[in-house]
Design a protein around this ligand. Structure first.
Ligand code: GSH
Length: 197
């Protein structure tokens, strides 16, 4: 059994949330190190790439959220064993990182430019990503890390937290993804995780 800790912002969203959720679903013990945004400058100095999330495994710091997702997914039984299904799972996780990477630079823009950039994202690439749907699950005909990553992303888009990304975007552009999100939310371990707050 590995000694695990996961360091990320104290938010129920973002790049570490699928791995946190997977460890809850898989009953994998880990130290959940959360910090407020105000401490980010200090925290990131102690990470290998000045970034979070960081998974520490037996004292060794590992970066890159999708590497973390694959590793935790394997431990939790939420990553396909079949090579082709694993590739489908990876494809979705990578596509979502592309979307997140397009969103991130907009956080630093002045109000007017932010509005223009996010409206363009909502009208363009996000819709494209969101319209991709593999049916009930994204890979392996069962719950995998790809589902948890899409689930977390749709929750964030629906939350209205992102200024100029309308909270109705997913419902209007990709209702099947909203149904997918609701289905995942009803899985008992997922519902229990969010009920705890
Ligand atoms: N490729 C990395 C990206 C990690 C990343 O950029 N994380 C953000 C927070 S979600 C960060 O730490 N940014 C550094 C900064 O804003 O200074 C991954 O997949 O984990």
């Amino acid at each position: 059994m590995y000694q695990l800790s996961l360091t990320y912002f104290d938010i129920a969203a973002g790049r570490a949330e699928p791995a946190r959720l997977a460890m809850h679903i898989g009953s994998i013990p880990f130290e959940d190190i959360r910090f407020p945004f105000s401490q980010f400058a200090e925290v990131k100095k102690k990470t290998p790439l000045n970034q979070v999330p960081v998974l520490t495994i037996d004292g060794r710091q590992i970066t890159q959220c999708n590497s973390i997702n694959r590793f935790i997914g394997k431990l939790a039984g939420l990553y396909p064993e079949d090579n082709f299904q694993a590739m489908l799972c990876d494809e979705i996780m990578s596509a979502l990182e592309d979307a997140v990477n397009k969103l991130m630079p907009t956080f630093h823009l002045p109000e007017k430019e932010m509005k223009n950039a996010r409206e363009a994202l909502a009208a363009g690439p996000f819709t494209l990503y969101l319209q991709r749907n593999g049916g009930t699950y994204f890979a392996d005909n069962r719950l995998t890390m790809a589902d948890l990553k899409v689930f977390e992303w749709v929750r964030t888009l629906n939350s209205g937290f992102l200024d100029h990304i309308p909270a109705t975007l997913v419902e209007n552009t990709a209702p099947l993804l909203n149904e997918h999100m609701q289905r995942i939310a009803q899985i008992p371990a997922v519902a229990e995780y969010y009920a705890k707050g």
